[in-house]
Design a protein around this ligand. Structure first.
Ligand SMILES: *Cc1c(COP(=O)(O)O)cnc(C)c1O
Length: 236
């Protein structure tokens, strides 16, 4: 026996309601953290990380006014968002997962912001794709802020020359830095390091802070936070 239509409806509603309430909570956390840091809340942009979530969850967040979304994988971004993009011209997409060179062309076609530029060969591929596609996403360089071997991102001691080279190559399209501190450590020193590095290079955007540590990131100067579980719940 199938479930009664009204039963299914109420279940859908309650999960949609959760997303809407969670979004409000996250916005309130951002506003409080910004206020505590003496910054306007409008300085901090919320990226809703919708990886592994269905299109329906994105639609719920969109209906609640959330227009920016982050995805880790180019193909998932393409599958989930091509229709939504056509329907909602104000939608903006951030690619936040590490990018293989063979996916770059699609990434440059789809993403408004690529946050994971982290090596010279990827810079080459992005520059070529920008020419081929006639479209230039905003670029952020990902720095491996704790030099963790298993993590992507340019190593810290290679960051300065790489940033300079990318500024030379991409000009104003290169707008900032992204970083992820190691889990279970105090993230503050890593956020501070990334902020100082961006400042040194005159880069305005700082993508740092997730569900667990967005307050510390905002205190250190984050201009965008990437939040998944605090909005959509624990990932399967
Ligand atoms: C998944 C992911 C996030 C969101 O993490 P949550 O802890 O779910 O908020 C942010 N940034 C990147 C790069 C991610 O891969």
């Amino acid at each position: 026996m199938g479930e009664a239509p009204n039963e299914r409806e109420s279940r859908t509603d309650s999960s949609a309601l959760n997303i809407v309430q969670n979004l409000e909570r996250v916005r309130a956390r951002i506003a409080a953290a910004a206020a505590a840091a003496g910054r306007p809340a409008a300085d901090v942009t919320l990226i809703a990380v919708s990886k592994t979530r269905p299109e329906s969850a994105v639609r719920t967040a969109l209906a609640a006014g959330q227009l920016r979304f982050g995805e880790n994988r180019v193909q998932e971004m393409a599958a989930k968002f091509s229709r939504l993009r056509a329907e909602q011209p104000d939608l903006r997409l951030h690619l936040i997962g590490s990018l293989q060179t063979n996916k770059v062309r699609l990434a440059v076609r789809l993403a408004d912001v690529i946050e994971t530029l982290d090596r010279p060969r990827l810079a080459d591929a992005i520059a070529l794709a920008i020419q081929q596609e006639g479209r230039t996403p905003t670029l952020l360089i990902e720095v491996n802020v704790a030099d963790e071997p298993q993590k992507s991102g340019i190593p810290r001691d290679a960051a300065d020359p790489f940033i300079e080279a990318c500024l030379h190559r991409f000009g104003p399209a290169l707008k900032g830095l992204m970083g992820i501190p190691p889990p279970k450590e105090n993230p503050a020193p890593y956020f501070a390091w990334l902020a100082a590095c961006a400042h040194r290079h005159g880069l305005a955007l700082l993508s740092m802070g997730m569900s667990a540590d967005l307050e510390a990131a905002i205190a250190a100067g984050a201009t965008q936070v990437r939040v998944g579980t605090a909005i959509f719940g624990a990932r399967p």
